[in-house]
Design a protein around this ligand. Structure first.
Ligand SMILES: NC(=O)C1=CN([C@@H]2O[C@H](COP(=O)(O)OP(=O)(O)OC[C@H]3O[C@@H](n4cnc5c(N)ncnc54)[C@H](OP(=O)(O)O)[C@@H]3O)[C@@H](O)[C@H]2O)C=CC1
Ligand SMILES: N[C@@H](CC=O)C(=O)O
Length: 325
């Protein structure tokens, strides 16, 4: 059986979850692909750091050229985080004819056109499923089985860390700073959690979703964005007294080509469908002109749910390669 080799950039929360997903479900993944799949090289900062998962000798490297310039590697999975050097590495990999899978919404939202153009120019795929809402397969749904729709609206809870913080503050009266630390320990938060709590991460995700659903790219800096860092216990208590729950809501509307969009905390009545989305769970509501209203729900952050999305995109790229040979 042919072996398709994957080079992974990053072996933190998501890289580890991706590796574990392949180890856990190798037999069924390889059956779907019709070839064996091997994560043969992984880029890290420090090859000597103790890891949760032990890899065979020679897999870890601190030299990115071992992956992006390696002719044996067909697919690059980028799970480093940050806009640079991640964007530069993805562009080099695409220009070297490799398929790229990524969970890095900051890089994709900042360099959307450049990355997709490089993929098209080199006749390879760029697969960003894990960038939006962790394990929820929203991007592949929009671009494949829902592709016959014109979308009018996207609305949702797109950040697991802030939803976890708001849920724990509301339901258990916990302190903002303590819950943020807990979200970091559970592998939900960004390396710099400012992106989570200030709404920047949700704006990055909304930018990617708008580009794919509406065919219109808006830079995340141009999305009016307010996070949850100023939400106090008094705000939470007032919302509770009013029969509401505060949620960080990302929303976009497309009214006859006129777009409106924002990320901001909203007090939702407790009987609103998004009010019962708790902890690291996300929910995404989309409205298409043929299908009508749809709601997607699942874990929006964490190593294994996100690893599932990264591995799903690797599986599809590997299948494309296996079928083309
Ligand atoms: N955590 C989550 O739930 C989700 C995260 N994402 C996205 O996935 C990506 C990864 O997140 P996460 O796994 O949490 O991040 P981590 O900080 O846990 O892991 C980052 C990994 O990348 C390596 N790394 C970072 N920069 C470099 C560099 N310049 N050169 C070499 N290695 C580098 C680190 O190496 P070392 O280990 O040696 O330090 C580490 O292994 C981010 O883009 C994030 O936004 C998307 C969805 C959910
Ligand atoms: N930090 C992000 C991780 C997933 O995208 C979040 O909390 O949602």
């Amino acid at each position: 059986m042919k072996t398709i080799k994957v080079g992974m950039l990053g072996f933190g929360n998501v890289g580890t979850g991706t590796y574990q997903t392949l180890e856990m479900n190798r037999e069924l993944i390889e059956k779907h692909v019709g070839a064996s799949v091997e994560i043969s090289k992984i880029l890290v900062n420090d090859v000597t750091k103790p890891r949760q998962v032990v890899t065979p000798d020679g897999v870890l490297t601190d030299n990115v050229a071992d992956i992006i310039d390696n002719p044996e590697i067909d697919i690059v999975a980028e799970v480093l985080g940050g806009i640079e050097p991640a964007s530069e590495y993805m562009l080099k990999a695409l220009n070297n004819g490799k398929h790229v899978v990524t969970a890095n919404k900051a890089a994709v939202a900042a360099n959307y056109d450049k990355l997709f153009k490089a993929a098209a120019d080199n006749d390879v795929s760029l697969r960003p499923e894990a960038c939006v809402a962790g394990g929820i397969p929203i991007l592949n749904a929009i671009t494949t089985v829902l592709g016959a729709n014109k979308f009018d609206e996207i609305l949702g809870i797109l950040n697991g860390t802030t939803n976890y913080i708001l849920t724990q503050m509301t339901d258990n009266g916990l302190d903002y700073a303590d819950v943020l630390k807990d979200a970091q320990a559970k592998g939900f938060a960004e390396a710099d959690p400012t992106a989570d709590v200030e709404g920047i991460d949700a704006a990055n995700k909304l930018s990617i979703m708008m580009a794919l659903a509406f065919g219109h790219y808006v830079h995340p800096d141009d999305i009016p964005t307010e996070g949850i860092s100023k939400i106090t216990k008094a705000d939470i208590d007032k919302a509770t007294a009013d029969g509401c729950k505060i949620k960080l809501i990302a929303s976009a509307k497309n009214e006859d080509g006129k777009l409106s969009y924002s990320v901001k905390p909203v007090a939702l009545p407790t009987d609103h469908p998004l009010a019962s989305v708790s902890n690291e769970f996300n929910a995404v509501f989309v409205k298409g002109n043929a299908v009508g209203e749809l709601m997607f729900y699942g874990k929006g952050a964490g190593p294994l749910p996100t690893g599932s999305a990264v591995m799903g995109d690797i599986l599809m790229a590997a299948k494309e390669i296996a079928e083309s040979k």
